[in-house]
Structure formats: C-alpha cells, structure tokens
Design a binder for this molecule. Sequence first.
Ligand SMILES: Cc1cc2nc3c(=O)[nH]c(=O)nc-3n(C[C@H](O)[C@H](O)[C@H](O)COP(=O)(O)OP(=O)(O)OC[C@H]3O[C@@H](n4cnc5c(N)ncnc54)[C@H](O)[C@@H]3O)c2cc1C
Length: 502
Amino acid sequence: MGVDQNSIWNLHNKLPSFPTLNKNEQTEVLIVGGGITGLLTAYELINIGLKVMVIDASTLCSGTTGRTTAKISAQHGILYDSIIQSSGVEQARQYYTAAMDGKDRILNILEELKMDIDIEQKDSVIYTEYDENIQAIEDEFRAYDTLNIPGKYTETTELPVETKAAVTMFHQAQFDPLLYIKQIIDVSIKQGLEVYEHTQAIDIEHGNEIKVTTDKGHEIHCTYVVQATHFPFFDPLGMFTTRLIPERSFIYAGKNENPHLKGMHLSNDTPARSIRTAKINNEHAILIGGEGYVVGKNKSSADPYKQLKQTAYTLFPDHTFISQWSAQDYNTMDSIPYIGRLKNKYENIFVATGFKKWGMTTSATAAVLIKDLIQKRQNPNENLFSPSRFELTSSVPTFVKQNSHVATQLIKGKVSDEGKSIDELKANDATTLFKKGKKLGVYKDEQEVVHVVDTTCTHLGCEVEWNTYDLTWDCPCHGSRYTYTGKVIEGPAKKHLKKEEL
Ligand SMILES: Cc1cc2nc3c(=O)[nH]c(=O)nc-3n(C[C@H](O)[C@H](O)[C@H](O)COP(=O)(O)OP(=O)(O)OC[C@H]3O[C@@H](n4cnc5c(N)ncnc54)[C@H](O)[C@@H]3O)c2cc1C
C-alpha cells in the first residue's frame, strides 16, 4: 500500500536521470511533461530539425506512462458504435484510422531505430459475461462491419470464464512501454534533445515570444510550447477545467508460466477487467487491471487490489504475485481526446490530453499531429481532435453532469467531515475534522506519527478526500492528488497542500 508502489515496468527498467534547470534558457520548442506524449513529440520534432527541450516536474515517465497496461490497440473499449450514433460514420472511420496510424507509427519507429525489442502482435478482444451486455457487443461488431474493421464476433473466448459475447479486433499489439521509451530517449539525446527533471512549469506569459516560468523561478523563452502534462497546467480559456474527467484504475501483476494468451482482453462489464500477458527479461507475466472509478465518485468499499487478485487467481491459478499499483487518466466530454493548438493569441501553445486510458496509440497520433501543426502542414485529424471543438450533440449531458458533480463536491466537501476522532485512528488510517473554521486532513502513519494538512485543494478550492488504497489525498473535482504530507503527485494542482498542526 502507499504511493511508492512500483509498476512492473518500473521494476524492470531504469531510465536515465537528468539535471534540474538552474538558469534561464532559450529553445525553439519547449515540451512540458516527459511521459510518452512529450517524448514521442520530442522525437518527431527533433527529426524535422527543431531545437527541442523537455522539462518534467518529476522524473521522465513517472506519471501515467510508467503505470499503464500498455496495450497498443485501436480497440478503445466499446466506442465505434457510439461515435457512429453521435457523429456519423465518417467521424468513426477517421477515429479508427487515427488510432491505427498511431499504432503503425509506434511500430515504424521501432524499425526506424532498429530497436532490439519485442512488440508482440496480438488481437484485442472485448467480452461480456452477462446477458444484458450482449447487445452492446453486437452493436459494436456491426460498427466494425460498417467501418470495415478487420475483426470477428464470437460467443466464447480463450479465457477460462463463461462468456456470452465477444468482439475481436485483429492485428493489434502490446509492449513494455519503458523499454521502448528508453530507446527513444537515448536516440533523441544523441540528436540534441535537452531534458531537465524536477523542473515544474508554473505559468506561461505570452508576448512576442513565449516565456515559461518554472517552480525555481527560472524562465524558458521559446517559440512553441507543447503541454504534455496529462492535465494541461496552463488553461487561460478554461477549456480543460470544465471538460476533463479524471478516472483512476488499479493493476495487479503476477509471474506465470507462459500463459499462451493469443489476445489482449477487456471486459465490458462492471467492474471491468483488462487482461494482458507480458514478457519481461525472458519471464512471463500477467496483468489484470480494473476497479476503475471517476475520482471522487468511488462508491465501492471493497479493496480493489483484493478484487483484482481474485480475478488473477481465477484466470491464472498458478501465478505468483509481483506487484500492484494504481494510475489515472482523463476522459473528455465526447470520449474523443483534445489534441492541437489553443485558441486566439495562444495558438503556438499545444495540448494533448483526454486519452481515456488509450494513450499508447493516441500519444503517437498526437506527436505527428502537433509536428504537422507546427510545420503548418495539413493533417486529417486536426478537426477530429481540435481542443476548441464544441461537442454540442453528444456531450452536453456529460458536461452538465460533470460540472454539477464539481459544484456538489465544492459545497459538500466544505460542510462534512469523516466523524472519526484522532483517538479512533489506527495506523495507516485517516480522518477529516474542523478546527477554527478550517477543514483538516489527519493521517496516522505506520509509526503512529500524525500528519496534518489543510484539505483545500490548491487548484480550485474543492476539498480533497482520503484514498485508503494509495494513502493519498485526492481531489474529487479535477483529480489532483497529494501525498499524505500534502506534496502534489499529479493533476492540475501546482502547489502542495498547506501543512497544519492539531
Ligand atoms: C490504469 C491505466 C491503464 C492504461 N492502460 C492503457 C493501455 O493498455 N493502452 C493504452 O493505450 N493506454 C493505456 N492507458 C493510458 C495511457 O497510459 C496514458 O494515456 C498515457 O500514459 C498518458 O501519457 P502522457 O505522457 O500524456 O501523461 P503522463 O505519462 O502522465 O506524463 C505527464 C508528465 O507531465 C509531468 N508534468 C505534469 N505537470 C507538469 C508541469 N506543470 N511541469 C512539468 N512537468 C509536468 C508529469 O510529471 C508527468 O511525467 C492506461 C491508463 C491507466 C490509468
């Protein structure tokens, strides 16, 4: 338990370290955020001869990229039927083409760099164990038919569970994301990429050129900024604060004799399960993901890791435990990512976010799209992913629901506490209480030392809630997360929670 749970990828890969920026700097393109999105974009831009710098608030790939399931697939859940229903066949076809182009780009880079790593070709399968979800699978398969997506409909799968229906998308893939990205970093550095870690971008000033200020008070002057920060840290037009939905999920990994799964699997049931195998250092592993929830709306009291472990033992009874961890991604109002330029005078500032747990293909698509936008070249995906699109038909209900959720949280959090006294707290437990008009979050650690923070999220003032499984304070409004001592881990918040005393 705790925030330092290592993913299977982190356990087996060591990425290079980089210094902290300690002076003012100048570059052509500043990429803020060194996850897969930032690093693939850096690779594309260096290749067209631009001077590129990447800064990361923490270390490279310490965000969601280091904690993903890493299926490289255009099967982004049950999606194509709903895009056809809301936006038409052409939009759905464009989305599929963009996702497949992302997958192909990952494979092309592998060849370009003659990487000595294994990207396993697999089919992607979505299945259900319940009668009431058969229709959704049938509709999705009909969408594949309409869009000529190579695939098949079956009732059974190769998994040792009784399924009712399944839709397969052929010719997808899976990899070890950090093994792949390490090589991208090595090559990009040789080609002149500059990288600074533990360097957080705080603000952007926009004049004749762009000036980005960092947490240590330095300035980076540049012509273009790419916000690859997962949640864009600079949102002058309020485009993302109201339109991104944070979703958190858990992953369990075990060692197993070769599990021989031909496909990567995802259930369309509640709770969902994402299943894949992995080959790491000639050993075989299984990954089971699931128990996802929209941050701030976790109603289940069951321990997500125990639930995943149970699934792992049902599917792979002979495995042994390796590690478990959690991660977060953002969804958008219409389930289509926001990739492209900001509006009006901010048009040299780019974003790529809202990948809804499908960032492997989408980050590669984003990198090419941003490269084309900087070069002022046409790209067929510009309108599909435009961050300033107004998703009138499909997303108004989601917009209203999400923002009334935020409003409710803002008020609810201010007036309610956990009702547990400090004396009742056991080790590794937390509570909230009011003192002198302030709401405090109190966590008792394993040594029974008490850590107290002001629970007001430093992003927009919602009240953070205790996350029992990761031992973190999480904001139910926009997904900012803090350690129990109040240090920002992820999300839009830039400042730590205020430390308090009892
Ligand atoms: C449980 C789970 C399973 C998933 N499984 C899959 C899958 O099987 N297939 C798939 O395609 N996708 C999957 N995804 C989605 C995918 O992992 C993500 O979409 C992708 O990793 C996002 O990459 P990123 O580079 O945009 O963000 P991140 O990897 O989060 O990188 C953002 C970086 O920005 C830095 N940063 C943030 N703010 C600042 C700042 N102000 N200044 C400087 N740096 C900053 C952070 O430190 C971080 O390193 C999954 C996601 C989850 C949560």
